[in-house]
Design a protein around this ligand. Sequence first.
Ligand code: MG
Length: 360
Amino acid sequence: MTVGATVRGVRARAVLAPLDPPVQTASGEVPNAPLVLVDVTTSDDVVGHAYLFCYTPTVLPALTSLVTELGAAVVGTPAAPRAVEADLRARLRLLRPQGLATMAIAGIDMACWDALARRVALPLVRLLGAEPRPVRAYGSLRSMAPDDVRAEATGLARLGFGAYKVKVGAAGLARDREVIAALREAVGPDAEIAVDYNQTLPVPEAIRRVHSLADEHLLWVEEPTRADDAAGHARIRAAVSTPIQLGESWWGADEMAAGLRADAGDHAMLDVARIGGITGWLRAAPLAHAAGRPVSSHFWPEVSAALLAVTPGAFLLEYLDVAAGVLRRPARVVDGAVVLPDEPGSGVDWDEDAVDRHRA
Ligand SMILES: [Mg+2]
């Protein structure tokens, strides 16, 4: 290892990774995952990897281009992740990075951390100061229709999860109960169940439904109303007994801090790309813990497992692997927990044949 390596290059490639089963949403099925694959090469020939899931292929060219352009700006600078992240944020300060700009910075940041871990021949979790250990996870369902939920949950149950999450809100309260019943039937009476409304309900309707579902003893209800309505979530939280889960939509530690000040939720779930990469997670997660919110993760099971292993007040990892179709070693679940690989890096490595097949 060369002390003080610099960034030699940043490459971004767009792929449409197959999703099996597809993800069902209130607005239709998503058959594949639009991903930007980020590779950061250092001056001592180490390559760090990360991927960004951008929800819709419409923004794939824009995000790929942003990663390429921002990457070009840090070529020749020290390959230290915190230095790269600070440099990129400073370059976009007047834009006030959010959305795709934050994601692009996060992708480069995660790839820089992966490169650093590989350079010092440590798993990311060891680089961050912890031992690899199983990280407790929940099975996050892609399906919303009751029959599909039953079938998918039966498969997930073989991985030994103690908790599951399903999306509801596609229709009325009766349908929500039907979906929860289908999941319960598949995973048994002892498993914990959380539900996600994906921001679909107006505040009064959210209060009515969550109140009605009290007899389901749900682990949490996620984003019942618009994610940017912290005051609305605070009203819902004050009116119901079921814990409210928020956080996947926070762009950075500052927005998270505002959500915590508004008393908008009982739990915090961080999305490593939206919160600002590994550097952003390390900045944000302790704030949630200090505010008494158990910290869970959103997507990105490989990197999130290492981060939860070093997060005070860590609760549950969301197991929903949208990148498995292009990864050499997708996250491995044993007895309901993600097992961290004891190999150098973050665990993200491309199956190059699959990448070639699914280039966008
Ligand atoms: Mg969610």
